[in-house]
Design a protein around this ligand. Structure first.
Ligand SMILES: NC(=O)c1ccc[n+]([C@@H]2O[C@H](COP(=O)([O-])OP(=O)(O)OC[C@H]3O[C@@H](n4cnc5c(N)ncnc54)[C@H](O)[C@@H]3O)[C@@H](O)[C@H]2O)c1
Length: 469
């Protein structure tokens, strides 16, 4: 295979250039959103590096290992530059991004000071909000309308005004709002027609985040869902995304404990070590933690976190190893910790002859510090997908999510390493490069031709493979 030959030449894309500024619209200007915006401004001023961001810091291998082609991803694919990003958003509070960033206490005030003016310049549009879906919050900056279709139209108008004001051709929306109560897909979510009827009839099955998602898709704006609530993950909206050729992705940023789970579980499975129990508990004291203190919002999070182990360990294929796992997840709201979450995992495993062993993980993470670079990457990759004409679910972005969206007949992939390979190979395919399978066989087959010992072995092997006449 020549270096630049793709296995999928028909999938390489004509990608429109990233010309002009790119709007970044965030429903929910809380801890994650303001940490992301502040960090991006700091990076633009050269005052911080965007650690954790694949688009900004990761290199991608192209072609053979011997060729040493390792460009930065941002140099390999045509992404918007950080300086081209223009921020806006909605929140139920009237605080500016600077006030929220100070109150959230994620980045210290001395780090926020150099970008104070920029952050003060971003104040939220009035939100689409209903306490039925987030019971722990109440706000003063909320849109009033006759029905949910009118609310969606008001959000479409906000997007349009934002575009005109900032001279933008493109924008991306990332839901950074609070986790909504647990809901299951119902009839009203089944088709675009049913959903639009439901909007007009104020259906209680249509939550605020679904209204933002609908508005985004109707205005050609890619949408990512950073929370575990359904939002865009319903047939009506996936169909609309496909129909309008708008990329969508979600759900629930993969940051702390689940990030660890999707690193450790594939390792245990790769070595065929059994798991009998996995107990995960967290304490966190930010507003997200307060919202998750409501059992119905917690249920949404719990369902999102729980599917990970089943999917990675595949108990139906490995019943002896993984069919009797006791998996328990707890999240406790503990205000003194603020955004500095602490997670404990106790993993009971077993090996040779069934002998038990234990693993303990104590992760002292900072939630929004881990989430902010994910928001940045999603913005840039969704904009890339839009310019490449890729509508509908972007499964290659499942790397970023606890509960990845996929076509209903496909099981979503949770293994972080497969997700990473999928992401990088998608970029290679988009750019007409060969995908990498990492087998490395071809190096040894070709060097066998030069090495007499290897050569004779290779000849013997190829002879033994010849069909008997
Ligand atoms: N930080 C992480 O590591 C992480 C990981 C996975 C998912 N998440 C999810 O990301 C979301 C944001 O997390 P956070 O820590 O910034 O929470 P946060 O509470 O600081 O911010 C959420 C913001 O959303 C606003 N909001 C709620 N409903 C809204 C609506 N309908 N319209 C507009 N604004 C609305 C709230 O007023 C608040 O300012 C949460 O849903 C959280 O579960 C966070």
């Amino acid at each position: 295979m020549s270096e630049r030959t793709s296995y999928y030449p028909e999938l390489a894309k004509e990608i429109q250039p990233a010309e002009g500024n790119l709007g970044v619209l965030l429903p929910g200007l809380g801890a994650v959103a303001t940490t992301f915006i502040a960090g991006t401004f700091l990076a633009c001023k050269g005052l911080a590096l965007p650690f954790g961001s694949i688009t900004q810091m990761q290199r991608i291998r192209l072609g053979k290992r011997t060729n040493a082609r390792f460009p930065l991803i941002k140099e390999f694919v045509p992404l918007a530059d950080l300086k081209q990003l223009v921020f806006g958003g909605w929140d139920i509070s009237r605080e500016s991004c600077y006030q929220t960033a100070i109150r959230s206490g994620v980045l210290p005030s001395n780090l926020l000071e150099p970008v104070k003016k920029e952050l003060e310049g971003i104040g939220p549009f009035p939100a689409v909000f209903d306490r039925r879906y987030v019971r722990k919050l109440d706000g003063e900056n909320v849109k009033q309308a006759g029905n949910k279709m009118e609310l969606a139209e008001a959000v479409i108008q906000d997007i349009e005004n934002f575009r005109i004001k900032n001279g933008l051709k493109r924008a991306v929306m990332v839901w950074c709002g609070s986790t909504e109560v647990y809901m299951e897909p119902k009839k009203v979510h089944e088709s675009i027609e049913a959903f639009e009827k439901g909007l007009k009839a104020n259906s209680p099955q249509i939550s605020s985040s679904m209204i933002y998602a609908y508005a985004a898709l109707q205005s050609g704006t890619p949408y990512a869902n950073g929370a575990p609530n359904l939002s865009v993950d319903i047939p009506a909206l996936t169909e609309l995304a496909q129909k309008n050729k708008v990329p969508i992705t979600g759900k629930d940023f993969k940051t702390g404990q689940t990030f660890m789970k999707t690193i450790v579980a594939p390792g245990l499975k790769a070595r065929m070590l059994g798991v009998s129990g996995w107990f995960s508990t967290n304490i966190l004291g930010n507003r997200d933690g307060e919202v998750l203190d409501d059992p119905d919002s917690f249920r949404t999070k719990e369902v999102s976190k729980a599917s990970v182990l089943d999917s990675v360990l595949q108990p139906s294929l490995y019943p002896d190893l993984y069919s009797r796992i006791f998996h328990k997840i707890r999240i406790e709201y503990y205000p003194p910790r603020g955004d500095e979450k602490e997670g404990w995992d106790n993993i009971d495993i077993f090996g040779w002859c069934g002998m038990p062993m234990q693993i303990k993980i104590n992760f002292l993470c900072r939630d929004s510090i881990l989430a902010a670079p994910i928001v940045l990457d999603l913005v840039l990759f969704l904009d890339l997908a839009l310019r490449a004409g890729m509508g509908g679910i972007q499964e290659w972005l499942s790397f970023y999510f606890k509960s990845p969206m996929s076509r209903p007949d496909l099981k979503p992939e949770h293994d972080l390493f497969i997700q990473h390979l999928k992401l990088q190979n998608t970029l290679r395919i988009l750019m007409g490069e060969g995908v990498l399978d990492h087998s490395g066989l071809d190096y040894y087959e070709s060097s066998a031709n030069q090495d007499p010992v290897l050569h004779s072995k290779a000849v013997r092997r190829s002879k033994s493979k010849k069909p008997k006449s």
